[in-house]
Design a protein around this ligand. Structure first.
Ligand code: HEM
Length: 506
């Protein structure tokens, strides 16, 4: 990460004259909004880039700027005219009132490479192809019935996690590492079925690709200077990693095709996600190429694994910092599953307080603090401000979740605020949008929730948790790492002790 920031500084220092020359000729739409939407003063050519480069945690920098300039703010980021939205009211304007205009994604060089030319779900432009993919998600891939069909996979992998923790009894465990490995294993089994060749290699490559994608690409701010990504070697690095991931997923798809041609009688409820996509491909009602199938599987991996693990990680960290919350959540889960000695998904709906803990975690730590970037498809008036076509729009869900006008004591971790509250993350309460809202809302919500609930319930049921000796809650590290999705900067290392009523660990 330090490398990426210093690359930016080197860029500003040495390439500025070049930028001056090219950008004056190629800059488009940018300045149109200047007199219309408030924003900080801009420098020639780099605009406001110097103001956002002060920290690598963009959501925090943007919140500080919004506090000075307002909930709708214009920034000129190099050549890219950008509007940042930081209040629930403005978010509702973008994602509800004018959702059709703003449900586009900007063209990003790195996304072109890693998403098979934007034929995945997340970066595909609004249109028939994207609509069809979303339909496949709701009806087939990520439906409630499909998610339920993966229940035994989740239960088995979470139990594995519990057993692994138990096997290191008496030692501090790197919980982050183990939880990330577990969610990748769940997604891999749901996507590919029982262990398939190269599964481990695929997981390693995808997580590497996710890391590189979170880096700083000059072309994101200076689209006309794409060649600098080539000179810096970043484009080559992404292409290399993606080439390897493509080779592996290509083999997996090929193996699935071969086994389908031998056995055509697979029950729909036994299908893995690659099977589902290949069946849609075979049906032929909607043309899906092999690359389209691969692009969708990549989305499910990058969307499905790290996100849930990140949420579990932050929830455990917050509970360690707030022992009374942990005690209450633990009492709830132990009371509900006392007779069984283990948690399964049949009774998990009883854990009302745990659900509040998860909501509170996602309020303070939305996995994508700026959601995914949107683009305005045609000039549009929003609350009296004119946003020109092609403007990039960032929605600061992190700042919105901490808006003092909507959340009393916004910085406090207090799950009680969700007890007896109807506020939910399904995209109708714009003060709480960790999964986004509108047409582009996360289609993996039903898949994500049990991936967060079950591990947390099991971790709380089977173990008591504390910090390794010598570390106190007050000095516990809660820093965030740089990235599009925001993980903890340092892994969560905790000391577990087994619970006597557990049938697994005692
Ligand atoms: C805690 C877990 C998760 C969180 C917090 C989360 C959050 C988000 C957010 C904020 C967006 C962008 C919404 C917007 O632009 O308005 C998104 C999009 C998306 N998510 Fe998730 N997600 C999670 C889990 C998942 C899972 C499990 C899957 C798939 C299995 C998934 C697949 C996707 C896809 C494909 C998109 C792109 C949708 C589109 O552009 O049409 N996500 N997610």
């Amino acid at each position: 990460m330090e490398f990426q920031i210093s690359l930016f500084q080197v860029f500003v220092a040495f390439f500025l004259p070049l930028v001056l020359f090219v950008a004056t000729r190629k800059s488009r739409a940018g300045n149109l909004t200047r007199r219309l939407i408030p924003g900080p003063r801009k420098l020639p050519l780099i605009g406001n880039l110097h103001q956002i480069a002060v920290s690598d945690l963009l959501h925090r920098t943007l919140r500080d700027l919004a506090n000075k300039h307002g909930p709708i703010m214009h920034l000129q980021l190099g050549q890219v005219s950008t509007v940042v939205v930081s209040s629930p009211e403005m978010a509702m304007e973008i994602m509800k009132t004018h959702d059709l205009v703003f449900a586009y994604r900007p063209f990003l060089v790195v996304a072109m490479i890693t998403t098979y030319e934007c034929t995945d779900i997340a970066f595909s432009p609004l249109g028939n192809y994207w609509r069809h993919l979303r339909k496949i998600c709701t009806e087939e891939l990520l439906s409630a019935a499909r998610v339920e069909s993966f229940r035994s996979i989740r239960e088995a992998e979470v139990l594995n996690l519990v057993k692994m923790i138990k096997s290191d009894e008496g030692l501090a465990v790197n919980l982050s590492e183990k939880v990330f490995a577990m969610t990748y294993a769940i997604t891999a089994r749901a996507a590919f079925g029982e262990k398939c060749r190269d599964q481990e290699a695929f997981i390693t490559t995808v997580s590497e690709e996710t890391k590189v994608n979170s880096g700083f690409f000059i072309s994101e701010f200076f689209p006309s200077l794409k060649f600098l990504d080539i000179i810096s070697g970043l484009k080559h690095r992404v292409e290399k990693i993606h080439g390897e991931a493509d080779r592996i997923i290509g083999n997996i798809v090929k193996d699935h095709k071969e086994s389908r041609s031998k056995d055509t009688s697979k029950d729909a409820d036994k299908e893995d996600l690659v099977d589902v996509l290949l069946r849609v491909q075979e049906d032929g009602q909607f043309p899906l190429t092999d690359n389209n199938v691969k692009a969708i599987i990549f989305d499910i991996f990058s969307g499905g694994s790290e996100t849930s693990a990140t949420a579990v990680d932050w929830a455990m960290a917050e509970m360690i910092k707030n022992p009374s919350v942990m005690a209450k959540a633990q009492a709830e889960v132990r009371e509900a599953f006392q007779g069984k000695g283990n948690v399964d998904e049949t009774g998990i709906h009883q854990l009302k307080y745990l659900k509040c803990v998860i909501k509170e975690t996602l309020r303070l730590h939305p996995v994508f603090p700026l959601l995914l970037p949107r683009e305005c498809s045609q000039s549009c008036e929003v609350k009296g401000f004119e946003i020109p076509s092609k403007t990039r729009v960032l929605i600061n869900a992190w700042a919105i979740g901490r808006d003092p006008n909507h959340w009393p004591q916004p910085e406090k971790f207090d799950p009680e605020r969700f007890v007896n509250s109807a506020v939910d993350f399904t995209g109708t309460n714009f003060e709480f949008i960790p999964f986004g809202a509108g047409r582009r809302i996360c289609p993996g919500l039903l898949f994500a929730v049990p991936n967060v609930e079950l591990p947390l319930a099991q971790l709380l049921f089977h173990f008591d948790w504390k910090l390794p000796s010598g570390m106190r809650e007050q000095e516990f590290d809660m820093r965030e790492a740089f990235g599009i999705s925001v993980r903890r900067k340092n892994d969560l290392v905790l000391l577990p002790s087994p619970y006597h009523a557990s049938i697994i660990v005692t």
